[in-house]
Design a protein. Structure first.
Length: 167
C-alpha cells in the first residue's frame, strides 16, 4: 500500500518507481515481466483502506515533527494492535513519535539513506521502549530488502547524520 494525500504525488511516486525499475531492466537485473509483476503489487491510494491488515507501516513524510505526529496519530487509529509503526526520519526523536501512540513498544526508526533504492545502509533506531521483537523484525525486513541494518540509539541525527554534521 502506498498512501499519499494528493493524486499528483501518488502519480509522481509511481513514475519514480517505474524509472528506477527501468534502470534495473537496462542493467539486466530485472526483466520487463519481473518489473510489471512488482509494479502490480503496489497499490497507490489516497486513504488508509487496507492498512488495518498491515504488519508494518513505514511513514516517509517530510522532516517535520508535527506532520509526522499527525501521520502517526492517524496510523495508530487504523492499524491493528500488533502492527509496527516505523518512521523514515533522519534526525527526529523516535520517542516523541512513540509516546503519541498506543503502541510505543512497536515504534522504530527505519532511516533509509538517499537514494533508498541504491544505498544499502538502513539505520534501525531503537526508542526507549522499543521491544527486542520489534528490532528483530526491523532487522529481518532490512535483510529481506538486501539492506545492511544497523541498530542505533535514539539521539539527534542518529549515527549517519551525526558523522556528517561536522563536515
Amino acid at each position: 500500500l502506498l498512501k499519499d494525500s494528493r493524486q499528483e504525488a501518488l502519480d509522481d511516486g509511481i513514475a519514480a518507481i517505474r524509472r528506477n525499475y527501468d534502470v534495473s531492466i537496462q542493467r539486466g537485473r530485472f526483466t520487463p515481466a519481473m518489473v510489471e509483476e512488482r509494479l502490480a503489487r503496489i497499490r497507490p491510494q489516497l486513504d488508509y483502506a487496507g492498512f488495518d491488515t498491515a504488519d508494518l507501516v513505514i511513514e516517509a513524510v517530510f522532516e517535520n515533527m508535527e506532520l509526522k505526529r499527525n501521520v502517526f496519530r492517524e496510523l495508530d487509529a487504523v492499524v491493528k494492535p500488533g502492527c509496527i509503526l516505523a518512521s523514515n526520519t533522519s534526525t527526529l526523536d523516535i520517542d516523541d513519535l512513540a509516546k503519541i501512540t498506543r503502541r510505543p513498544e512497536k515504534v522504530v526508526g527505519l532511516h533509509f539513506f538517499v537514494p533508498a533504492n541504491v544505498m544499502r545502509l538502513l539505520e534501525i533506531v531503537r526508542g526507549r521502549v522499543t521491544t527486542i521483537e520489534t528490532i528483530a523484525t526491523a532487522l529481518a525486513v532490512a535483510k529481506r530488502l538486501s539492506k545492511v541494518g544497523v541498530v542505533v540509539g535514539n539521539c539527534p541525527g542518529f549515527v549517519g547524520n551525526r558523522l556528517m554534521f561536522p563536515y
